[in-house]
Design a protein around this ligand. Structure first.
Ligand SMILES: [Zn+2]
Length: 158
């Protein structure tokens, strides 16, 4: 199926792996704010490795809004869930941005996105990238970027 990098995690020391703090049950239902309820945290070594991998993946998967096609899987932001583009609408100008003293019209392209559980209309501003699906080649490039680093992660190829 491809190459996968998994990052080492330790049990969250704040909630001892439960993801909840009884003393804070009045705040967001007592979800542990240290681990966001997951019960685990990246280790110092895995956090460094993950930062390198995330940066490589973000740079490689960037795609211009104008290059997006119907049927493609994209993410509006790198860490968000992926969605399939099911329709592309007309471009619309809505306001302007001043960049270095220059007025740049803000043009939005309407994308209809099919998520696992819902359909969303998304206005993508042409100045900003979207992110395509991560491929095995992207993951291999991230592994190369990790260089001689060995701690905090595991690579599986199948
Ligand atoms: Zn926790």
């Amino acid at each position: 199926m491809g190459t996968k990098i998994t990052f080492e995690k330790d049990t969250c020391h704040r909630c001892i792996g439960t993801g909840r703090l009884a003393a804070y049950s009045h705040v967001h239902g007592g979800v542990c704010f240290k681990c966001n309820g997951s019960g685990s945290l990246y280790t110092p070594a895995s956090r460094k490795a993950k930062a390198i991998v995330d940066e490589v993946i973000v740079q490689r998967t960037k795609i211009a809004v104008t290059d997006v096609v119907v049927g493609q899987l994209i993410r509006p932001r790198p860490a968000q869930p992926k969605a399939r583009v099911i329709a592309i609408g007309e471009d619309r100008e809505n306001g302007a941005a001043i960049v270095d003293g220059v007025r740049i019209p803000m043009i939005f392209r309407t994308l209809t996105l099919q998520y696992a559980d819902k359909v969303v209309t998304y206005s993508a501003e042409l100045r900003f990238p979207l992110y395509r699906e991560t491929t095995s080649e992207d993951v291999e490039a991230a592994i190369t970027a990790l260089g001689r680093r060995k701690a905090g992660f595991k690579v599986t190829r199948d």
